[in-house]
Design a protein around this ligand. Structure first.
Ligand code: NAP
Length: 317
């Protein structure tokens, strides 16, 4: 059986595409990967998704989007995509647990994963004081002290953002030199609420069992360890787009983000569309991902309609 559309990924982009395609009677098959629901399932309360005046928990929001897509007939299956062939249509996918699949259109919404430090105390405290998203979680640290880890533009931008809430934001970076652009560095340096712990490599996140209380860092030269006390830790060391499985078959930038034609979700292969964080390293919000998911569904629908119209006109001639 050849599907009309397969969607890879179940973050806000993939699920919004599923709602739209299902409502258009295109019976999308949605493949849920290793992180069903995407990055929002790693956060607690989402307060900036329009339509929820009292906020909504991240996992609940994703669950609702899935139910909404299922209500209109989207089919969901768990699987790990190991290979994709997009050199001719129908496109072919090999999916662990599901075998070989064929589809006329493919929507890639596999997202990006925030890089983690992979140190003790980190993963188990996500949502309990450790966060990878200042925009999502900064609000919970009103009048507190937080630490932000990283020396790039994201760390500078998020540090400035966090000073709207926190009393003190300490930037912890493993080198004395920052990677961030000069303008972003300068903005952070003039902000009186920002303090610096440079040349310090984080080695452990410390909690009292309920919440984060500190981060243990090691001087990158002397190796001397100390604990920086804090109420929250924001890890801002970059993201990795989840595009490895494509083996370079689609146009990507040097970091592996998919390149789409501006104003559309078209990749360089007709019939393959990309939406959400896998093609966006700028906004990276649930609502922007959902918006591009809607675009991808409409692009896929119009693509198939365009082909049907050509077939029809040819049959008349
Ligand atoms: P990035 O530029 O790759 O910076 C990552 C930072 O995290 C670096 O300082 C790096 O340290 C540090 N780091 C990485 N792995 C680490 C580890 N295991 N332990 C400790 N520190 C670690 O990532 P980004 O800041 O997310 O920026 C990504 C891209 O988006 C950039 O092109 C950036 O310019 C752009 N961006 C732009 C804006 C803006 O203009 N408004 C805002 C955000 C992002 P080292 O420096 O030692 O390698």
């Amino acid at each position: 059986m050849t599907h009309q559309s397969i969607i890879l990924g179940t973050g806000p982009a993939g699920l919004t595409a599923a709602v739209y395609l299902a409502r258009a009677n295109m019976n999308p098959l949605v493949i849920e990967g290793p992180e069903p629901g995407g990055q929002l399932t790693l956060t607690t309360e989402v307060e900036n998704f329009p339509g929820f005046p009292d906020g909504i928990m991240g996992p609940e929001l994703m669950d609702n989007m899935k139910k909404q897509a299922e209500r209109f007939g989207a089919e969901f299956k768990r699987g790990w995509v190991t290979d994709v062939k997009v050199d001719q249509r129908p496109f072919k996918l090999s999916v662990d647990g599901l075998g070989e699949l064929e589809t006329q259109t493919l929507i890639i919404s596999t997202g990006a994963s925030a890089k983690l430090l992979e140190i003790p105390g980190e993963k188990e405290n996500i949502g309990k004081g450790v966060s990878t998203c200042a925009t999502c979680d900064g609000f919970f640290f009103r009048n507190k002290k937080v630490v932000i880890i990283g020396g790039g533009d994201s760390a500078m931008e998020e540090a400035n953002f966090l000073t709207k809430f926190a009393n003190e934001v300490q930037i912890v970076h493993r080198r004395t030199e920052l990677r961030a652009s000069k303008i972003m560095q300068d903005r952070a340096k003039v902000n009186e609420k920002i303090t610096w712990a440079l040349n310090k490599t984080p080695v452990e996140m410390i909690s009292d069992g309920m919440k984060i209380t500190g981060v243990k860092v090691k001087d990158s030269d002397s190796g001397v360890e100390e604990v920086i006390e804090t109420d929250g830790i924001f890890v801002a060391i970059g993201h990795n787009p989840n595009t490895e499985f494509l083996n370079g078959q689609l146009d990507m930038d040097e970091k592996g983000y998919l390149i789409v034609e501006p104003g559309t979700t078209n990749t360089n292969i007709p019939g393959v569309f990309a939406c959400g964080d896998v093609q966006d390293q700028n906004y990276r919000q649930a609502i922007t991902a959902a918006g591009t998911g809607c675009m991808a569904a409409m692009d896929a629908e119009r693509f198939l309609e365009g082909e049907a119209a050509i077939d029809w006109s040819q049959s008349l001639s």
